[in-house]
Write a protein that binds this ligand. Structure first.
Ligand SMILES: Cc1ncc(COP(=O)(O)O)c(C=O)c1O
Length: 378
């Protein structure tokens, strides 16, 4: 169906809403004559630090680079094991392989679908150097549990918050209980530009120093180089993101409003066949994705097709867990610290309903009616 009644993304609507401010910000960059590591990037990095409450913020090319540049800055690589959950976006593990490390995949929690701290504990060996918790779908991980395990074993913790900017636990902030937080600003993220970008937040000066050098051909002075790459956040994207950062609180509030409405209004219709997103008390779930799961995995595709046939552009996040990708692990170092029943159930039964701040209340009503109609006739 080309013309969706309820579209999954509404990037153009957001652009129209912010057009004058975005165009002014872009014009300023065009007129400045400075497009790479210029003043717009420096300003955005200052704003990010302030916003996250971190000592340092470093803009990089994308969220995947943010992860592996951080791993490299920490000296993580060949022979080192890093633990994450198998039901994350592929890039979390991919970044470990790019750094040369071994990705260890563990199960997720049956309720939150975030990494299961007990599974992490069981997966630790004498080669383990880091835990990479992912704030999946917008729900911040129980960072206190992760920190406790990391302290017991002397491990680094790097948060992947590509999906959860503006999220937190009520008693802790992202970044407070870890060595670094890595994020993505690709278009569809809660804070997104018109293309690729990412950032790292940290309170460690050595990470800031090393990543700044690594992102710029190993250079922090003209013509002086050590080992590095090219992964800088362009000034044009920085200027766009500065505009959007000012709006993130309101944009997240709208996501939360829609997420809570869906959870409330779908509760009865879901009984007996559909699992709705779990929001534990004490967390700000920022609903990057509103992921439901059919209790019977064989029903997933039927439900998805019904949504599509009725104008709701649903998707899946992510229907193939990393360890089940064809040809895994492609000659890379990997270990599945299984079994992974929850991660596999998540992959087999997930359906992501559209949830973006620009959806109208009427569009949300249409979606709720479609899900209710499906529930009635199934
Ligand atoms: C959990 C997670 N980690 C890492 C990434 C990688 O970010 P990017 O696409 O900017 O490289 C993404 C998103 O794309 C993501 O969702």
């Amino acid at each position: 169906m080309a013309n969706w009644k309820v579209p999954f993304y509404t990037h153009q609507r957001q652009y129209e809403n912010l057009k004058p401010e975005l165009q002014a910000a872009m014009e300023e960059v065009f007129q400045s004559g400075k497009y790479v590591q210029g003043p717009a990037l420096s300003r955005f990095e200052e704003e990010l630090k302030e916003y996250m409450g971190s000592e340092y913020a470093i803009g990089v090319g994308n969220g995947t680079d943010a992860l592996w540049l951080t791993f490299m800055a920490l000296g993580l690589g060949k022979g080192d094991e890093m633990i994450t959950n198998a039901n994350t976006f592929f890039a979390t593990a991919e970044a470990m392989w790019i750094a040369g490390a071994t990705a260890v995949l563990v199960d997720c929690d049956p309720e939150t679908r975030n990494i299961d701290p007990e599974a992490v504990r069981k997966a630790i060996t004498n080669k383990t150097r880091a835990i990479v918790p992912v704030h999946l779908y917008g729900l911040t991980v129980d960072m206190k549990a992760i920190r406790e395990i990391a302290d017991e074993h002397g491990l680094y913790v790097i948060e992947d918050n590509a999906q959860a900017i503006d999220g937190h636990g009520d008693t802790f902030k992202q970044g407070e209980l870890s060595d670094a937080v890595c994020t993505s600003f690709i278009t569809q993220k809660n804070l997104g530009t018109y293309g690729d970008a990412g950032a790292i937040f940290t309170n460690h000066k050595f990470i800031d120093d090393r990543v700044r050098q690594l992102r710029n051909h190993g250079s922090n002075a003209r013509n002086v180089h050590s080992f590095g790459f090219n992964s800088r956040l362009d000034d044009l994207h920085a200027a766009i993101l500065s505009v959007k950062l000012k709006k993130i609180g309101a944009l997240t509030d709208r996501r939360v409003e829609i997420g809570e409405r869906l959870n409330k209004e779908l509760a009865d219709a879901a009984k007996g066949w559909l699992r709705l997103p779990y929001v534990p008390a004490g967390y700000r779930h920022v609903f990057h994705c509103y992921v439901v799961e059919t209790l019977d995995p064989t029903e997933r595709d039927t439900f998805l097709a019904y949504l599509h046939d009725n104008g709701v552009e649903a998707k899946t996040h992510y229907s193939i867990a990393i360890h089940r990708q064809n040809g895994f692990p492609w000659g890379k170092d990997a270990r599945v610290a299984g079994p992974l029943p929850n991660a596999e159930a998540n992959a087999d039964s997930c359906v992501t309903l559209p949830l973006v701040p620009e959806l109208t209340d009427d569009e949300i009503s249409v979606m709720i009616d479609v899900v209710k109609a499906y529930a009635k006739q199934r």
